[in-house]
Design a protein around this ligand. Structure first.
Ligand code: BGP
Length: 472
């Protein structure tokens, strides 16, 4: 029994929702936009590409009006780098600037706080052709892009996120196409890319503080608590290694400006130590985030792995643990239910994750993704009864409140996604939104917007500042 009432959500809590540019905007080659790596990515033949997506580029006013009706206090979206710089660097595309100016102004008009991801997987293809993040020049391109964003939008944007899920791009580089599977040592290349992203991120944080003293900036990795499959010491050790590799490497670099020692030793064993130039570590040390944003969908469970075991190295998607001979091996958690896409559902794991991050770094935390992908059904009368999504979100918000009560400084919750959009590699049928977009994989229909049952539920949650989570 509790002997005190739970602490309430803070008054200025950022109740929000998230999207990313390539998944929601469409207009992939309009108004001067250059292609990004996502535009040229290959898709399985049964799923759509990102060319039209949810057509938010043309319908942002209608969408933001719905976000306002939902009562959002914050909207986390990403800026498409190749809309601003079609070649990744060089000439600015004014029409790209205009689009985001209009979008931000529209949000402001409705008193919705813009939370801007500067880079969400969609590197300009022109930069990829020159080696992408393996090429050190991409650091400079990113810094220049960051400067352009701060100059153009810094008068209205207070919250900046440097890079979405850098850890996913590195751990699942083969899946996201960030590395050539046939490279001699893909790991070495990936951790070199990773190092360049660390430096780029640090430079952006330094620049942001210099140019916009009132703004706040932070990283946005995908973080999840890692459980050992058993209390056997070897399994506990394996879980620790995996957590360092998946979680702490990224936040230790962003917050403390240093490499995680367990990961460093792992990289030595894998002959994957990145080349670090003089001055890089000083830049990492100088940069300090103001908060930590993170995406959370589930936890991971791992056990020890024999050194001689040959890894099949299958990495199905970003929410599945994988295996490394001699280090760890992912296992399903028998205690957790799964979504229809096989992702384990673990609300309590969110509380554990929040505590772990907060105790380690003592910075305010912002949840920038959390949600349930499902094949929603549009029923007669324009109704979508997504009670399973309400159930998922309700249980996670409950755990946020408990974490607040534990003393964690949580400043906002932005579930994925504000509106239906195209999944990173599973098409539009895997829906996450509060608002249904009427289209199929290949039939664009009328793209009309239909608030789902979860929309009305979340509206009530926001209006009551998280006091009323019931689904009635
Ligand atoms: C995160 C990405 C998002 C989004 C989400 C859901 O990893 O940051 O861009 O895609 O996962 O994943 P999916 O689209 O694979 O269902």
């Amino acid at each position: 029994m509790r002997n005190h009432p739970l602490k309430p959500f803070p008054k200025d809590f950022l109740w929000g929702a998230s999207t990313s540019a390539y998944q929601v905007e469409g207009a992939w080659n309009e108004d001067g936009k250059g292609p990004s790596v996502m535009d040229v990515a290959k898709h399985p033949k049964e799923v759509t590409d990102f060319k039209v997506a949810s057509d938010h580029y043309h319908r942002y006013k209608e969408d933001i009006a719905l976000f306002a009706e939902l009562g959002l206090k914050a909207y986390r979206f990403s800026i498409s780098w190749s809309r601003i710089f079609p070649e990744g660097t060089g000439e600015v595309n004014q029409k790209g600037i205009d689009f985001y100016n209009n979008l931000i102004n529209e949000l402001k008009k409705h008193h919705i706080e813009p939370v801007v991801t500067m880079y969400h997987f969609d590197l300009p293809y022109a930069l990829q052709k020159k080696g992408g993040w393996l090429n050190r020049e991409t650091i400079e391109a990113y810094e220049n892009y960051a400067k352009t964003l701060f100059e153009n939008f810094g008068d209205r944007v207070k919250y900046w996120l440097t890079i979405n899920e850098q850890n996913v791009m590195i751990l699942f580089g083969e899946l996201l196409g960030t590395v050539d599977r046939n490279a001699e040592n893909p790991k070495k290349e990936l951790y070199q890319q990773n190092h360049h992203m660390f430096v780029a991120q640090a430079k952006a944080m330094i620049l942001c503080h210099r140019m916009l003293p009132d703004a706040k900036i932070g990283p946005a990795p995908n973080i999840s608590a890692v459980y050992p499959i058993s209390p056997q010491p070897e399994d506990v050790l394996a879980a620790h290694t995996f957590s360092s590799l998946r979680n702490w490497l990224y936040l230790d670099a962003a917050v403390f400006g240093r490499y995680n020692s367990t990961v460093w030793s792992y990289l030595e064993k894998k002959q994957a130590i990145p080349e670090i130039q003089d001055g890089d570590m000083a830049i990492l040390k100088e940069a300090k985030p103001d908060f930590i944003a993170f995406n959370y969908y589930s936890t991971m469970t791992v056990g020890a792995n024999l050194p001689q075991k040959v890894s099949n190295n299958v990495r199905e998607d970003q929410q599945m643990a994988f295996e490394e001979p001699g280090f760890f091996k992912g296992h399903p958690n028998p205690n957790l239910p799964k979504t229809e896409y096989g992702w384990e559902i673990d609300p309590v794991g969110l509380r554990t994750t929040l505590r772990e991050i907060y105790e380690r770094y003592h910075l305010p935390l912002l949840i920038t993704e959390n949600g349930l992908g499902a094949q929603d059904r549009l029923e007669e009368g324009d109704v979508v009864n997504d009670d399973y999504r309400i159930d998922y979100l309700q249980k996670h918000i409950e755990q946020c409140r408990l974490a607040l009560d534990d003393g964690v400084e949580l400043i906002g919750y932005c579930p994925w996604s504000a509106i239906d959009l195209v999944s990173t590699h599973q098409g539009i049928s895997k829906r996450y939104g509060f608002i249904y977009v009427n289209r199929d994989e290949f039939d664009l229909k009328d793209l009309r917007r239909i608030p789902k049952k979860s929309f009305y539920w979340y509206k009530k949650v926001i209006a009551s500042n998280g006091e009323d989570l019931t689904n009635e």
